[in-house]
Ligand binder design. Sequence first.
Ligand code: ATP
Length: 363
Amino acid sequence: MARLVLSQITREFGDFVATDRISLEIEDGEFLVLLGPSGCGKTTLLRMIAGLLEPTGGTIAIDGEDITALPARKRDLAMVFQSYALYPHLTVAKNLAFPLRVRKRSKTEIEERVRAAAEAVEIGHLLDRKPKELSGGQRQRVALARALVREPKAFLMDEPLSNLDAKLRTATRRELAALHRKLGATFVYVTHDQVEAMTMATKIALLNAGRIEQYGTPAELYDTPSSVFAAGFLGSPAMNLLPGTLSTSDSHITVFAPGIEAVLWPGSTPERDIVLGVRPEHLQLHGGGAPEAVPTSGAAFRGTVELVENLGRDQLVHCRVDEERVIASCDRAEQWSIGDLVVLAAPAERLHLFDRSSGRRLE
Ligand code: ATP
């Protein structure tokens, strides 16, 4: 059982503010991913939750109890590090037993809990080995089992997959998500990898320069990014983002930008500078001479194919639209060649509008 509540958590290093009044309510059983670019404050925040770093402002509570001043060893939270932090001279069994021995548990209880944790991550056959006799993936499981053995209130993980090769990372990602479902425990997981966040998280807190840019389910962040930053961070290839002007024309809200025809919906708006966003998979490509390609409600970008990338199942068609680059992702059955004149079209409901000066989403 662990419900974690962070209120206005701030950490300053001299004049530099690494986390700036972060408030978050992490429900019991949540798999919360702290996501964001390098230096945005993810590790700093996790270390403060763990008790390894003191906040300069704000409070942290677990299940209603204020633990801000409680030392790490009294928090009943288990941290899994990127480096695994295993004792090299001890066998796997002794590494797993270590946190329980420190807590002076009985021999039978230690044996039972070590066995159960080893089974949960399928390392029962490795108990007599030393860390140097294990692969990276196996070491990672041992580190996890050592966290499990303590039966902590919550698991804190700092990029635990970053030392694994791509294939093992994918497999371990699935196992971690399954383990979370099995245990029903609270996980707080730091990564800069959007795929890890999208596939494992029940909630994502996207951080930018020490602040929470957006908080929500993976689908909410992907489908309704709250800012240009969030729109550009999640999704690969990234959302196309083009500058334009929003105004009213013939009683319809319209976007004006070179190479773009975009009539959105009936209404009126004061003129403002915007960023127009559309994901590559929501653009349909048509031959440039096709007038029917321009949707009555939506956007059409007129451009020239500059590059076609074959991804196996799909292809990415990179187009130049005036001074901008727009990428469409489409079926490989479609035949596009460099130099083709095209119209890239998207219906109005697939478009995202952001205020250009604040970067915030317009509803
Ligand atoms: P990464 O993905 O690269 O690990 P991160 O989001 O985890 O990045 P943090 O390690 O939390 O980032 O660091 C946030 C900011 O705080 C960085 O700019 C970092 O340089 C700064 N910082 C972290 N620890 C200290 C410290 N002990 N002294 C001074 N500045 C620090």
